[in-house]
Design a binder for this molecule. Structure first.
Ligand code: DAS
Length: 358
């Protein structure tokens, strides 16, 4: 009995060791992707399967997001961390800095091939552009959200997450800057914006277009970003505990300088003016703007229109007043670049050059 028992034991040990070697080999041939969760609808839940508005965002923890998509383990070795749990209309600069530092730490590790960030869609474009300017690696970073909560019929989150993990682990995605992946479409963090309040095809890069698309499980790229990003920028937030305050002031018929004065009183170091048309400023706004300029506040001219280039010295005398033209960045993106620019300089000529480069 003893010999027979030992033979069985030896066979079981050899079998388990062989299984271990096979599993290790299997894991070795898959990329290691870290999922950092921040909240949003992708982590949301509704009362019924048809609830696609009036649900609660930011309730599902990252481990549940991962276990809800068992197919992830077929395409990558994934693990998750909960960086925050907020609906992204409540995203903060503190969470941005925490996220940027954690992403850079992870991408410095040789055993991390890419990072996916789950995020609400409301400010996803802002976090994506911020990270596009401060992540210091060529490894893929992909932001993903959803327009329907995970409890809804035809929820878009699981497939968005699955494809984002494939993208973050893919060689093709290296060096493309921070990307956004929803609805089978791959966007640049610089150019993408939310364009529809409530539909899965909401993310677009108007006039410029996506970087590429998914066909089945395969990412296909058709262009690369030309503006400087990630490793090639001059911005570094690793030692920062706060970002300079920059406010956006929206212009409209009848508006004077009330909100500009409010930004000045709030201690803004920069103001982005979301002007009408080609970044126009009303005569009635100039007294407040000149007060801001006199206090050393940098004023960037963007446009509420959202698309097109703000022509320098077009609708305002930028040379005379020292305004910065935002190129084609919409107000919320211009704010991010101005915040980071102000960590380096408040020289408007240098800042204008940054708007031409990033
Ligand atoms: N509450 C919004 C947010 O968290 C909805 C969403 O994620 O789509 O951005």
């Amino acid at each position: 009995m003893g010999k027979r028992y030992l033979k069985i034991l030896a066979f079981v040990c050899v079998f388990l060791m062989a299984m271990q070697v096979a599993l290790a080999a299997q894991a070795a041939d898959k990329p290691n992707v870290k999922i950092l969760a921040t909240g949003g609808t992708i982590a949301g839940a509704g009362v019924t399967s048809t609830t696609t508005v009036g649900y609660t965002a930011a309730v599902t923890p990252v481990d549940k997001l991962i276990s809800n998509v068992p197919e992830l383990s077929q395409v990558a070795n994934v693990s998750g961390e909960q960086v925050s749990q907020v609906a992204s209309e409540s995203m903060t600069m503190e969470i941005w800095l925490k996220l940027a530092k954690r992403v850079n730490q992870l991408l410095d590790q040789h055993d991390v091939d890419g990072v996916v960030i789950t995020h609400g869609t409301d400010t996803l474009e802002e976090t994506a552009y911020f990270l596009n300017l401060v992540v210091k690696s060529d490894k893929p970073v992909v932001l993903v959200g959803s327009m329907r909560p995970g409890t809804a019929m035809s929820a878009d989150g699981p497939l968005n997450l699955y494809r984002s993990v494939i993208l973050a682990g893919s060689k093709e995605a290296k060096g493309k800057g921070v990307m956004v992946m929803l609805n089978d479409t791959i966007h640049s963090g610089r150019d993408v914006t939310k364009t529809i309040t409530d539909r899965v095809d909401t993310f677009k890069a108007p006039e410029i277009g996506p970087l590429g698309f998914f066909t089945g499980d395969k990412p296909v790229f058709y262009r690369e970003p030309l503006r400087k990003h990630t490793r090639h920028t001059e911005f570094n937030v690793m030692d920062l505990t706060a970002l300079p305050r920059v406010d956006i002031v929206y212009h409209y018929a009848g508006n004077a300088g009330t909100m500009i004065e409010a930004a000045i009183n709030a201690g803004a170091k920069g103001i982005v003016h979301a002007g009408t048309g080609n970044g126009s400023i009303a005569k009635a706004e100039y007294p407040a703007i000149e007060q801001a300029l006199a206090q050393g506040i940098v004023v960037v001219r963007s446009a509420r229109v959202g698309n097109g280039i703000i022509a320098r010295n077009g609708e305002a005398n930028d040379d005379k007043y020292g305004f910065v033209a935002s190129d084609n960045l919409n107000p919320q993106k211009a704010r991010i670049l101005l915040m980071l620019a102000l960590t380096k300089t408040n020289d408007v000529k240098e800042i204008q050059q940054m708007f031409w480069e990033y």
